[in-house]
Design a protein around this ligand. Sequence first.
Ligand code: AMP
Length: 366
Amino acid sequence: VRVGILGAGQLGRMLALAAYPFGFRFRFYDPSPYAPAGQLAEQVAGTYDDTERLLEFADGLDVITYEFENVPVEAATLLSRHVPVYPPPQALEVSQDRITEKGLFGRLGIPVPAYVAVNSREELDYAVDRVGLPAVLKTTRWGYDGKGQAILRTPGDVEAAWSTLGGRALILEGFVGFDRELSLLSVRGRTGETTFYPLVENHHREGILRKTIAPAPDVSSGLQERAQGYASRILEELDYLGVLALELFQKGDELLANEMAPRVHNSGHWSIEGAETSQFENHLRAIAGLPLGSTVLRGQSVMLNLIGSLPPLEEVLSVPGAHLHLYAKEPRPGRKVGHITVRSDDPTDLPQRMEAVTKIIAASGG
Ligand code: AMP
């Protein structure tokens, strides 16, 4: 099977690594000729509005997927006239705009935080009245890792938030005083068969994911089922194929949807070692029309992102159960350059292993 991947970052890289063992071949498309997946496979460098380059990329491929949700819908649609593109380009369209996304969640009966669309200074005042404070002002498009967001705590914050974000299409969301953030990774295959990973717990700092605990502790079967029910509605509505990530806030017994990502997700990296079949392998199985793999856990895992600096290889590898993944990226502040999954079959080993790895990361400035 020849697979084309739009975007040659770390997610593309890990996708390729997952399916080389069963003979898949890969080709990447990325504006940068030096992207992390470039070491692994053929790469076509081009912009997303370059029709000729895109068609050159598509030539001879069996299926095309993407590793980030800001691929222009026009590019995905154009390609889909020549080669099947999964997940369906409509999933891109939904996830690229927070208003469209929340509209879909609402129509499907999936609870979301209070929100109001904001397109002018007057509308911001109205939204603050409606939603109340504290609230989060976000750009509706192109935000990632907490960029394009401002928290409004008091009426005095409104002006400053407007001066940084105003002029773009915005959304004001009620600030959710959540107990924790969870995510659900689901996979839907060609025949409509669907499988889920257990809910995982995510910890962010400065808007960037730092840590994922798999499985999330203390998840009742009711909570897992509710989350799966929400994801199933989205998968069916979009006639989805591949991995879908759904980010959720849990507050008491309440579960609110924050956003979805129509792709493999950072909060699923633990599954490389921590599940029978990783999210990457399952995504490729799904889009290639192959049977999905078991999502059963192998013990417990904690995934730690490496942000801005690289820890010494020898030290990390000396910790039992620690698995290091580096993305071939130049370290820069705030940049995800790799991750470590710490895994154990015996839950009593995990805290010690975690502590060792956390110390190594902290000592290297991460
Ligand atoms: P997002 O880009 O929407 O995923 O937001 C990034 C992070 O900001 C989330 O993972 C939360 O930690 C936080 N956040 C976003 N929206 C809200 C909200 N409405 N209430 C509280 N925290 C939020």
